[in-house]
Design a protein around this ligand. Sequence first.
Ligand SMILES: [Zn+2]
Length: 595
Amino acid sequence: MIPEDVIAEIVRRTDIVELIGGYLPLRAAGRTHKTLCPFHTEKTPSFVVNPERQIFHCFGCGEGGDAIAFLIKHERLGFMEAVRFLAERAGVSLPTTRGGPGPGEADSRLPLLEIHRVALQHFRENLAGADGAHARAYLAERGLSREAAERFELGYALPRWDALLRVLKQKGYPDKVLEAAGLSVPRQSGSGSYDRFRNRLMIPIWDVSGKVIAFGGRALEPKEVKYLNSPETALYRKGSHLYGLNVAARAIRERKVAIVVEGYFDAITLHAHGFDHAVAALGTALTTDQARLLGRYAQTVVLLFDPDAPGIGAARRSLEHLINVDLHWRIVLLSGGLDPDAFLRKHGAADFQAALAGAQDLVEFFLDRRVSGLDLNDPVERARAVDGLIEVVGLIDSPVRREGYVQRVAQRAAISDRTLLEAVAQRRSRIGRHEAKTAPAPAPVVPPTAEEQLVFIGLHHAAYRERIAAAITPEEIRDPILQRIFVEFVQHGRPASRDGGARPMSLQPAEVQRRLSALWAAAGEGEWTPAGEAGDAALAQMVEDCLARMAARRGRAQRTMLRQALQAADREGDRERVLKLLSEHPSIKGGDKTT
Ligand SMILES: [Zn+2]
């Protein structure tokens, strides 16, 4: 187990703004940074990163915590995995652990990630070595330079049944784990397993942070299946990653545009020609997850699918997922029926750039296809065209956007807007699509309870900590999470700031982290705390008011208890006890029969 102070040191050496900024586009807003929350869908940013407190918090969904918590949530790392990742990043060496597993050590992703690292190195060595001549010749034939191969960490799987297996077995990984990693396949008969990838050019698939989570293999022999991919594993889920996004993320953010192609080699060739904002879909149709992932970096997405029928079909299937993700979707079909890789190699970057410039709005593209070839003067064909248009427009959830397209369609088909809008509405109710919910009204500001205010002030204002800690006991705080925060941070006066030597927040239960980050973040947003010159007096007043409210609550609770004791004694006919209670607490005399 890694000692707490080492974890604290790692967290201290990590700048959360820099860390999160590597995954999400942060925009400075006053003392904090903001962005769209990656944990829920929203249109206006309520995700805050607070450098002062080194925390993140989403005012929308309540997610929050420190750097470790971010990696656990966002990258789906285990606790120890996140600590190791940050340690490496911060240059803190960790004691190698033998013996009992630490918190989260049982996480099954960690060995799989290590296996992929080992496999990557093995494949790359093969490509560079004597056995790799054949694969290198293939790359040269595709016009890919050594730099491109290195940038994309391409490798080669040897034409043997156990080349990788041996390497991994030597490192002590059992068959079961190698199979779970998707790199070996159990033998049909007998025991043991064999390498999934043989005699293939190997393309590592990374997650956004650059960790290898799967492989794609391109056959070098024509009789083999052209592309073979890792199966779904604990690391790799189909439809949730985009190939090359870790390499392209910066360029996409700068250009605000992403190009999505179908194949790995399309993406690699695009990068080699300077189009460093290209990613591959890793499958034919883009999913909503992938669209949202792109939305974190890009404003405009250009789809570059193969112009053959399956390519268009994929784009059409994608349309339903994409159309309602708030990005500008555009599409390019390359002339001559060439895929992007072939087009670039034949025509070069300038022609490709020109083709990109001619990208068409995705909805318009499909609207055009519905109309093309139909004679709009012929009533029957016109009706058919309108039906097709309604089908496409009917997919759009936003009434505003829908109306925009309806106007264009109406012009084209010479039909009234209203008739069309009604037809679209009918179609939507027929296919069971509900109207887009308008953004929920901001939650009303609930006046925080006295105990919440006191804990908040105790956290933020050391000057009042003692007064508050002395005036109330933990048991008086009804909210158990707040009670914990009170004990640890107010009563015991742990400062919980980045340099205060506090216990890392991640060692707290998730519920405490969320609550704590909310309390920290609220101050960053200027809520609750009275500002200005009068602030101090107001704060002191607030403390006394809250304490008075707590005292009143305490009094009420005591009276209730006494009343119950009195009634019990009365029922049991214990006259002596009744008199004793009444003499000790005259305030409950007469009781309160109404409650
Ligand atoms: Zn959120």
